[in-house]
Ligand binder design. Sequence first.
Ligand SMILES: Nc1ncnc2c1ncn2[C@@H]1O[C@H](COP(=O)(O)OP(=O)(O)OP(=O)(O)O)[C@@H](O)[C@H]1O
Length: 259
Amino acid sequence: MKAATLPVELVDVHTRFGKQVVHDGISLGIHAGELLALIGGSGEGKTTLIRHIAGLSKPDRGEVRLFGQPFAAGTYNERRLRRQRFGMLFQHGALFSALNVFDNVAFPLREVGGLHADEIHTLVMSRLALVELDPQQAWLMPSQLSGGMVKRVALARALALEPELLLLDEPTAGLDPERAAGFVKLVRNLHDSLGLTVVFVTHDVDTLLALSSRVAVLADHRILACETVEEIMCLTHPFIDNFFHAYHRRDEPMTPWAR
Ligand SMILES: Nc1ncnc2c1ncn2[C@@H]1O[C@H](COP(=O)(O)OP(=O)(O)OP(=O)(O)O)[C@@H](O)[C@H]1O
């Protein structure tokens, strides 16, 4: 039986910036439909790894495969179609500050080309509805949005082309606990209803518990482990002890909501 194609496969990835080694042989397969969290100490290379997956940077050695193909493989058109199969949410939303919400979400649709203005309007409004924003909020500028709304608009833009894979760099960073919980619930619902594969970087234990089906730990320039959160919590490593330290000090029992 032929093995299913993995949406993302990292094979022996090495990255260095000058003399600084960031990744020293990272191999990881991400399965269709999973919610994979990437955790690790500050500066361990999580964002760089997400950027490699999105093709925004390249490892010095090793390979990043997207939907079974090396990033650079195929014709221009094949690469463009592969590019449309994932959406990315950057750490601070990265909205175009000179464009209103509508035009931010419409941007990837216009880039693809071939769509009429009324089709773009329908698609943008449907994406805004997916992220639970009101139609009248389409006409606001990014400077008029709360932090939570910025994330939702950025998510709507990432979903514009109906991707199968969503890459999220610290989706709840900068949000208060209530907004963070709301955003996590939204991502979780979208994952369930659209059958998305989600890869996300987080520093937040609550986000990790609520969203991950598997957790990859980046430590000492490698993947230390990639297991369920319960299994990760049983490992002994200074980063893991530290990461869950505050959580262990709470009185409540550890209850991942994701399963
Ligand atoms: N373009 C670049 N040029 C030089 N150094 C870089 C570049 N991009 C990242 N780095 C360095 O590589 C290391 C990994 O950075 P990265 O942002 O991937 O870490 P991270 O794990 O996401 O960190 P954090 O959790 O603090 O956001 C850091 O030391 C960073 O300074």
